[in-house]
Design a binder for this molecule. Structure first.
Ligand code: NAD
Length: 350
């Protein structure tokens, strides 16, 4: 299969690129290389004859037309986006531009290419989205996000992703473009940009800095190991039903506070600290405005239709992740100098 991956220099996109090439697929990685990108993420496949990189912006229609014509992909996996909720609170414009206008431009470029090719039956436009479009769940474990849960986004990021999901569905209903949608829970794992909770906690701990917990740490997330997610996405693009959406979760709910305590326990074992346990560094800070209380995915459709389940538990995935950061300082150290990294963002303060 020849796959055009957008956002393939980011965290999840690069996991998709690495896995797809390892499985023998041809991959064109289209990425604008924003602050969140890192081409080292795809270094393991950069020299493969199956891999090509194209630096381009998904809002640039002429560039997209050129790339579609030059590479003639059989499927598109669209991951390029502004992805950090805290940054969306401080500067929502970039999220509207990239996530909504960029997805619209991708849809139009893909539609025009698909029409020019004579509407090939196997063509797919797979849009990768988030469970945050569904809003916030109460603590009741019986309640989970299904594919039928009404959309109720609460942050600028979630609203921009919800808008892009609606555009993708409209292009299916109106133009017949063969689309697939997935909405996944919070990812974690190797190559996670050091502005997100898990890498922030690991790297602050190693530096002896406070481990910031928003609010009281009771917010619950359903953690999905990024390499499991990449595998799930390839399942969907190969076997998913056209026009359908699939929720992808890790079956691993944990509160932020318990998650941070788990990371501290792993570090206490792997890299003991002379000044006492890492848990001593936990510090509660002002909450994020509109912070969703709980996300949890009902994974029934992925399991029953596509036979997919996550392969690792949260504890296994965290152990691998912590070990990866201990082994890959050359990857993360330079990223600490990028704009906004290490700063408290998204407090809602003017
Ligand atoms: P990321 O921020 O790590 O990577 C995004 C990539 O997109 C970067 O390489 C960046 O350079 C590229 N990009 C941004 N704007 C672009 C533009 N205008 N043109 C071309 N490229 C551009 O994001 P991620 O965490 O890997 O997320 C990937 C996708 O998965 C996003 O669509 C995100 O909404 C979705 N998602 C992420 C998570 C998560 O936990 N990380 C959860 C659910 C859904």
């Amino acid at each position: 299969m020849k796959i055009l991956v957008t956002g393939g220099a980011g965290f999840i996109g690069s996991a998709v690129v690495r896995l797809a090439v390892a499985r023998g697929h041809e991959v064109v990685n289209l990425d604008a290389l924003t602050y969140a990108a890192c081409l080292e993420n795809v270094a393991p496949v950069a020299d493969s004859p199956l891999y090509v990189f194209e630096k381009a912006d998904i809002r640039d229609r002429a560039a997209l037309d050129r790339i579609f014509a030059a590479h003639r992909p059989e499927v598109v996996m669209h991951l390029a986006a502004e992805s950090h909720v805290d940054r969306s609170i401080d500067g929502p414009a970039a999220f509207v531009d990239t996530n909504i206008t960029g997805t619209y431009t991708m849809l139009e470029a893909a539609r025009s290419y698909w029409e020019r090719q004579g509407r090939p039956e196997g063509f797919r436009f797979h849009h990768i989205s988030t469970d945050e479009v569904y809003g916030s769940l109460p603590p009741d474990p019986a309640q989970k996000f299904t594919e039928e849960t009404p959309y109720a986004p609460r942050s600028p990021y979630a609203a921009s992703k919800a808008s892009s999901d609606h555009l993708v569905r409209a292009w299916f209903e109106t133009y017949g473009l063969p689309v697939l949608l997935t909405n996944c829970s919070n990812n974690y794992g190797p190559y996670h940009f050091p502005e997100k909770l898990i890498p922030v906690v690991i790297l602050n701990a190693l530096a002896g800095k406070p481990l910031p917990i928003y609010g009281d740490g009771s917010n619950i997330r359903d953690w999905l190991y990024v390499e499991d997610h990449a595998d799930a996405l390839l399942h969907v693009v190969e076997k998913g039903r056209v026009g359908e959406s699939y929720n992808i979760g890790g079956e691993n709910e944990r509160s932020n506070l318990d998650l941070v305590k788990s990371i501290c326990a792993i570090l206490d074992r792997l890299r003991p600290r002379a000044d006492g346990p890492y848990g001593d560094l936990i510090t509660f800070v002002a909450d994020r405005p509109g912070h969703d209380a709980r996300y949890a995915i009902d994974p029934h459709r992925m399991r029953s239709e596509l036979g997919w389940r996550p392969s690792v538990t949260l504890d296994e995935g965290l152990e691998r992740t912590v070990q990866w950061y201990l082994d890959n300082e050359a990857w993360w150290r330079p990223l600490l100098d990028r704009k906004g990294v290490g700063e408290r963002l998204g407090t809602g303060a003017p």
